[in-house]
Design a protein around this ligand. Sequence first.
Ligand code: FES
Length: 95
Amino acid sequence: MLVSIHFEDDQKTIQVEANQRLTKICDQHPSSILFGCRSVACGTCLVEVLSGIENLAPVMDEEQILLDVLAPENPNARLACQCIVEGDIRIQVAN
Ligand code: FES
C-alpha cells in the first residue's frame, strides 16, 4: 500500500510504501526535516503533524519523555526519527 507524505516546509508531497521508518524515507527523499542522533536523544527531528497523526505508529515511552521536555503543549509533536508511517500524513519542522 502506498501512503502520501506532505512536507509543508518544502511544499512537497511524496508517495512511499507504508510501514517504513520516516528516517529511511527522508534519507531517500531529502526535506527540511533534519536528523541528529536518530535515537531519541537530541530533539533535532522534532516535527508537528498537521494531519494524520493517527497514521503514525504510537509513541513509545522513550519518545514521550523527550516530547514532554521539548513540546509539552503540543499534542501533535513527534520525533521524526521514531515515526513509522502507516498512512497519509502532513508534517512540518517544529523546532
Ligand atoms: S534525531 Fe535526535 S531525537 Fe530524533
